[in-house]
Design a protein around this ligand. Structure first.
Ligand SMILES: NC(=O)c1ccc[n+]([C@@H]2O[C@H](COP(=O)([O-])OP(=O)(O)OC[C@H]3O[C@@H](n4cnc5c(N)ncnc54)[C@H](OP(=O)(O)O)[C@@H]3O)[C@@H](O)[C@H]2O)c1
Length: 271
């Protein structure tokens, strides 16, 4: 039998076809967990499942668009049939949005909230009956440093993540009596496909990230550590932590820093 802090436990990860989710699948598998991998793209999901199986645990890739209620219901049926319940839910799937508040379209904003917030709520509700079947369940919501402090040109995305933060706090209190722990993990700049797949306001593009990025594997390692220790709130990258602290201590000074970022971060549309 596989050894590790999560030996024999069942972990469902949304957005497991790439980036942080795929790295998290390997990291929990390395700790002995069986992994349900959910995302829309089937080929990368299958590859991710093979990476998981290399650790000697079971992997079940399930094609699932979390914005589609019937996909989410089928995902939970497959989880129940294959594993008889869930121990950990990682709400990781997400999409970004770049551009000033004035220029992002309402449709883009709704799309970002649909994936990052409403679908997270949908998956969480659907997973709760399965989490209740086992002792010591856990929900890990993947937010962002931007859910703690807004930055220019990232207002739509940050707003969706701030909604995730608020929801996480409510859910944590609501589920405490059932001993289901609810954690928040907030990555900073991480090297993934995120910047290629995110939505942009028309004509707006971001310059390469100004700060050193974490690798998806480093984020996944930190996530597993938080999960093992039931650490309620994990903010990642040193600049990310400093940003949250600076905003708490001197918000108006941080506003000035944020203003300067507008010109540094963006390639503006040609007039
Ligand atoms: N990279 C960063 O700098 C950074 C920083 C802070 C927070 N985050 C957060 O970290 C999480 C993971 O992002 P990442 O950096 O790993 O980006 P990524 O490589 O683009 O991964 C995003 C994942 O979400 C999945 N996804 C998107 N829409 C979906 C949908 N409708 N249904 C199911 N799955 C969906 C994608 O899979 P399919 O396309 O196959 O569906 C993919 O597996 C996100 O919540 C993101 O907001 C990232």
């Amino acid at each position: 039998m596989t050894q590790g802090a999560f030996a024999g436990r069942v972990v469902l990860i949304t957005g497991a076809s790439s980036g942080i989710g795929r790295a998290a699948a390997r990291a929990y598998a390395a700790q002995g967990a069986h992994i349900l991998l959910a995302a829309r793209r089937e080929e990368p999901l299958r590859e991710a499942a093979l990476e998981v199986e290399a650790f000697g645990v079971r992997a079940l890739p399930v094609r699932c668009d979390i914005t589609q209620p019937e996909d989410v219901e089928r995902l939970m049926r497959e989880a129940q049939a294959a594993f008889g319940g869930l121990d950990v839910l990682i709400n990781n799937a997400g999409v970004g949005l770049f551009g000033p508040v004035e220029a992002i379209s309402e449709e883009q904003l709704r799309q970002v909230f649909e994936v990052n917030f409403f679908a997270l709520v949908r998956v969480t509700r659907a997973a709760l009956p399965l989490l209740r079947q086992r002792p010591g369940g856990q929900i890990v919501n993947v937010s962002s440093v931007l859910g703690h402090r807004g930055l220019p040109l990232l207002g739509g995305y940050g707003a969706a993540k701030a909604a995730v933060n608020a929801l996480t706090e409510s859910l944590r209190a609501e589920l405490a009596a059932e001993r289901i722990s609810v954690l928040l993990v907030s990555p900073g700049f991480t090297e993934t496909e995120f910047r290629q797949t995110r939505l942009h306001a028309e004509g707006w593009r971001q310059s390469p990230p100004p700060l050193k990025q974490m690798s998806a594997d480093e984020v996944a390692k930190a996530m597993v550590r938080a999960s093992r220790r039931h650490h309620r709130d994990t903010v990642l990258t040193l600049p990310g932590r400093l940003m949250v602290l600076a905003n708490r201590l001197a918000p108006s000074l941080f506003d000035r820093v944020a203003r300067r970022m507008v010109t540094r971060m963006a390639k503006r549309p040609e007039p």
